[in-house]
Design a protein around this ligand. Structure first.
Ligand SMILES: NC(=O)C1=CN([C@@H]2O[C@H](COP(=O)(O)OP(=O)(O)OC[C@H]3O[C@@H](n4cnc5c(N)ncnc54)[C@H](OP(=O)(O)O)[C@@H]3O)[C@@H](O)[C@H]2O)C=CC1
Ligand SMILES: O=C(O)[C@H](O)CS(=O)(=O)O
Length: 492
């Protein structure tokens, strides 16, 4: 089915799995329920996967619960070795994993290859972090006592992940969870199940004990409450919209789960008059148009200082004209489709509202004529800060330009949002760099850089962009409990 529809032949067809992975077994949903998965570039059915409900979800949670203690009892080195094997297998199978991703999510193959490397880098990073979960010995305030701090795995984790990075958002959560000694249930977005299922194929091949890795697919209306309501799930890590994140936080409250929330963004991309404009254009292109603008750290508002506005806009327009829109499986394509019709409508609404409020269309501005969810890369100039596109995450290939005069005005505009995930600015004056970086209310600040995400640095937002950090030395802490031992009766 997959090979015929996509015209692509997998070196290892078994990586394209139409079953779920629970307790070390590949299973169908009870009663054989399935749902279709579509190719966003063509609208074709790629295949179908199980439509699991609450019963099957609790079966996966039970499998994780049964496996977790033995997994935690392994040495850190042993867990690290499993993760290193999984990382190697992911990298060895990059071409197949990338093709599966492009077919189900739409991003160009080059970006899918990049995401597989990025995804594997979290497994590699946390394979090492597993061996550095240190504790403390605290000088006792009274004689005859020793105070010890140990860190222990929190237990069973669940990961609910989005469609925009179908592999990396899995490993950015499961990597630290597995490294810490937790077992997990992964529920990928309905539109992009196959990348997650392929990770399970490779985890099984890497020898992961049954129940450590479980991947389920099925309606969030059934799988979600089963996850958030289960007392056996001690940790929930979610990436997605702020609205859903808030709902999940509320659902987790009765069982007091530890949560990590990577939510929506509204990134400002500020170009000051002392910027290197060519570098700023490169940064704007990668930050705005990577994954067709469907990333939570995309430049959502481009703020340009008056004096260099027209020069920047001209350079940006020339760079956007070089983007090649099309089916991500075709060579040379640099911009794929949006994920679905809802996403298309949101982009059209943002563009239409901005134009109605007086913006000028510099390029693009409409659906591309071919079938599938293709929208032309678009630049709008003279956009009003009253426009929806200033206040909401567009999640599409639209670059709205806003003018500003002073540094203070730029900072005020940038911070004028309830979101606080990523931000970017281009400047060369060192005083300005520190003033602006420290004034921006965002968890991530790209300075003269438009592509900043890496497994070694903390990824996460402030305000309504989330809770917690992923990657870096901080990421594994999200899957650990701190235990204080007060050892007395030692005499002396
Ligand atoms: N911060 C980020 O990285 C991301 C932000 N977003 C933002 O979210 C907007 C909408 O994108 P979308 O993918 O629909 O994001 P959603 O937040 O709707 O979905 C993200 C994940 O949450 C699941 N989900 C949705 N509702 C529930 C629920 N009630 N209980 C449990 N799980 C649930 C989804 O499942 P299902 O597949 O069934 O929908 C999906 O797996 C985007 O326009 C963007 O603004 C989106 C993706 C990533
Ligand atoms: O969810 C996202 O959009 C990703 O976190 C973006 S990144 O990590 O690939 O930058």
């Amino acid at each position: 089915m997959y090979q015929r529809l996509s015209g692509h032949t997998l070196r290892r067809p078994e990586l394209f799995r139409e079953a779920n992975y629970i307790g070390g077994k590949w299973v169908a949903a009870d009663g054989g329920r399935t749902y279709d998965v579509l190719n966003p570039a063509t609208g074709d059915i790629i295949g179908r996967v199980p439509s699991m409900g609450a019963t099957e979800t609790n079966r996966a949670i039970d499998a994780a619960y049964k496996a977790q203690k033995a997994w935690a009892a392994l040495t850190a080195q042993q867990r690290s070795d499993y993760l290193k094997k999984l990382c190697s297998l992911m990298l060895e199978n990059t071409e197949d994993l990338a093709a599966i991703m492009t077919i189900e999510q739409g991003k160009p193959l080059s970006e899918s290859r990049g995401e597989i490397a990025y995804s594997a880098s979290f497994i590699e990073w946390f394979a090492e972090e597993a061996r550095r979960v240190y504790g403390d010995v605290i000088p006792a305030p009274v004689a005859g006592r020793r105070l010890i701090v140990q860190k222990q795995p929190i237990g069973v984790f669940a990961a609910i992940t989005p469609w925009n990075f179908p592999s990396a958002m899995i490993t950015r959560k499961a990597g630290p969870g597995w490294a810490a000694g937790c077992a997990g249930v992964i529920r990928p977005a309905s539109q992009t199940p196959y990348s997650a299922l392929a990770i399970a194929v490779l985890a099984e091949e890497a020898g992961f004990p049954a129940g450590v890795c479980n991947v389920i697919t099925g309606p969030s209306s059934e799988t979600g409450p089963a996850i958030t309501g289960s007392p056996l799930v001690r940790k929930l890590s979610f990436t997605g919209s702020t609205a859903v994140g808030a709902r999940l936080l509320a659902e987790c409250a009765p069982t007091i789960k530890k949560t990590s929330m990577e939510l929506g963004g509204n990134a400002p991309f500020i170009v000051f008059d002392d910027a290197d404009l060519d570098e700023a254009v490169k940064g704007a292109i990668v930050s705005k148009f990577r994954n067709t603008g469907q990333t939570c750290v995309c430049a959502n508002r481009i703020l340009v200082q008056d004096k260099i506005h027209d020069a920047f806009a001209e350079k940006l327009s020339a760079a956007v004209a070089k983007l090649k829109l099309g089916n991500g499986m075709q060579d040379g394509v640099t911009l794929g489709p949006l994920i679905d019709e809802d996403a298309m409508r949101k982009v059209e609404a943002h563009v239409g509202d901005a134009l109605e409020r007086g913006a000028r269309l510099v390029s693009g501005g409409k659906r591309d004529g071919r079938s599938g969810n293709f929208y032309e890369p678009t630049i709008l100039a003279g956009v009003s800060t009253a426009a929806d596109i200033f206040h909401e995450e567009t999640f599409g290939p639209v670059a709205p330009l806003f003018r500003f005069e002073t540094e203070e005005q730029a900072i005020e505009m940038a911070n004028d949002t309830p979101f606080g995930l990523a931000s970017y600015f281009y400047a060369r004056d060192v005083g300005r760099i520190f003033r602006v970086a420290e004034a921006l209310e965002f968890g991530i600040v790209g300075i003269n850089e438009g592509l900043i995400s890496t497994a070694v640095a903390p990824f996460g937002g402030m305000k309504q962009s989330g809770i917690g950090r992923e990657g870096s030395k901080y990421g594994i802490e999200e899957y650990l409990e701190v235990k204080y031992l007060a050892l007395g009766g030692l005499g002396g």
